[in-house]
Design a protein around this ligand. Sequence first.
Ligand SMILES: *[C@@H]1O[C@H](CO)[C@@H](O)[C@H](O)[C@H]1NC(C)=O
Length: 575
Amino acid sequence: MAEISRKLFLFSILLAFFGNTRLTNANEVDQNDEATVEIEEDDQYVSPELNSDNVYLSEHFDDENAFKRKWIKSEAKKQGVDENIAKYDGKWEIQQPIRKILKNDFGLVLTTEAKHAAISTLLDKPFEFKNKPLIVQYEVTMQEGQNCGGAYIKLLSKGTNTKADLRKFHDQTPYTIMFGPDKCGNDNKLHFIFRHKNPKNGTIEEKHSKKPTQRLDDIYKDKEPHLYTLIVRPDNTFSILVDNKEVNAGSLLEDFTPPVNPPEEIDDPNDKKPEDWDEREKIVDPSATKPDDWDETEPAQIKDPNAIKPEGWLDDEPEMIPDPSAVKPSDWDEEMDGTWEAALVDNPACESAPGCGQWAPPTVPNPNYKGIWRAPLIPNPNYKGKWNPRRIPNPDYFKDDHPFQMTPIHGVGFELWSMSPMLLFDNVLVTDDFALAERWAQQTFVLKKAKLSRDSDSFLDRGLKYAGDNPWVYAVVILGAFLVIGFVTYLLCGPKSEPEADPKKTDAFVEDDPHQSEAEEDLKEEEPREKPTKTKADLEGPEEEVENVTLTTEASPTETEGAGDGHRKRKPRKE
Ligand SMILES: *[C@@H]1O[C@H](CO)[C@@H](O)[C@H](O)[C@H]1NC(C)=O
């Protein structure tokens, strides 16, 4: 069968090849108009310009000189990691995508893998969180996919104000918001983290948004451009869009871990359960006594007192007897082999009798059996219910009704670690007007997607259109189909010339290669090992806040586990 499919496969490739060549050639000659139109459409891309007071940063990366003036590569070292990987020495280049989509469209590419890399720029003017929303939008193409690494953007807090500050950009540079994709192994994230300042004592704590409503696996695999948009509004709501579709939305006050506002009351840590607090709902009835007639010695089973030995029982006949037809072998040596004994066989005398040997009555359950006596349970008169510590006002309580009012943003940057190279970033925008973000996307991302879908459709489309204009193509297709059917029939019914090839050695696509999937499994298992340095360190805040931030970082996995627990708890209830 494998051999047949291999031949079929090759045959169809030949068909497709010749068919394609013919169609394409004909297309070029006959359909010149359409081809011209397509080129014109490609040319429609011009680097977008948004001149508006509502724009804080717009970067299309098409002008390398302008880029070099504005963006600063970090010369810092990552703190708390091994000296030889501490440097931010990942390479950033202005490049066209590997798979060219639009003419004259460039992006910022992190070309290296497994190196720390950081680059940033100042906003044209600071963004202050007042009465306008914050909209951050950018594109990422994971040109070689992503196994383990981030592609998120950091919105740098006031304090990163000069190019000299940008040169020092590192993992602990204070940011106001961190937003974007991050993945390691099977753990996919679309971060939205903001750093909230405790109004009581000024401590800064990371707040992590709830998870997106759907799994976003494709963005790490399909190697296509994806658009990420974050909207944070003065009414403390937020939305996250991927490719212009909402994947997460909620409230800064309600959908973050840990919550912005601590609980008003907490368990009193000094309240202890009283010694005499009785939490037993039921107790053994203390007044109950064993009834006099309760005999614990009665056995559970007794010999049936009503059983009678069946008539004709042969008490003196054994059930088995030595085989009367057996003979001692001639070479049996009594001294060496011991006394010879015939093998035992069923006693033929018992065949017609109800039984042989000593008769015993069968056992039956004992009607007087009681077992060990136990006193019954009764409601505990001293039961006080489950003990809970007293609630007291939370000494750390505060109420911040305006978490939107975050630390002003002065810059944006990428501070990343990626196990896959060639991450392409494009069209970074910070604005307070969503309509501008939409327009910006129309001039960039939407054009790209349209071109991509035209490219993937174009072969089929052109074929269909050509066939529509030249009906004889259908005749050729039908004839071709007959040829294929004939060919298959020949292969199936004709003489078998070669033995079946080992499927692993054919060129044909083999779906279930166990070795391959094993290898993939191994890969998956290995992936998470590569990250630990990264996740932890990347989520850590500035040095002076390490203590609090570490707390938060640890709170995040707990949240994940919590979700898992929820599933585990729900299940049994259903069953
Ligand atoms: C500020 O308050 C929080 C509790 O709300 C506490 O965890 C933190 O340690 C405090 N920081 C300082 C510097 O006192």
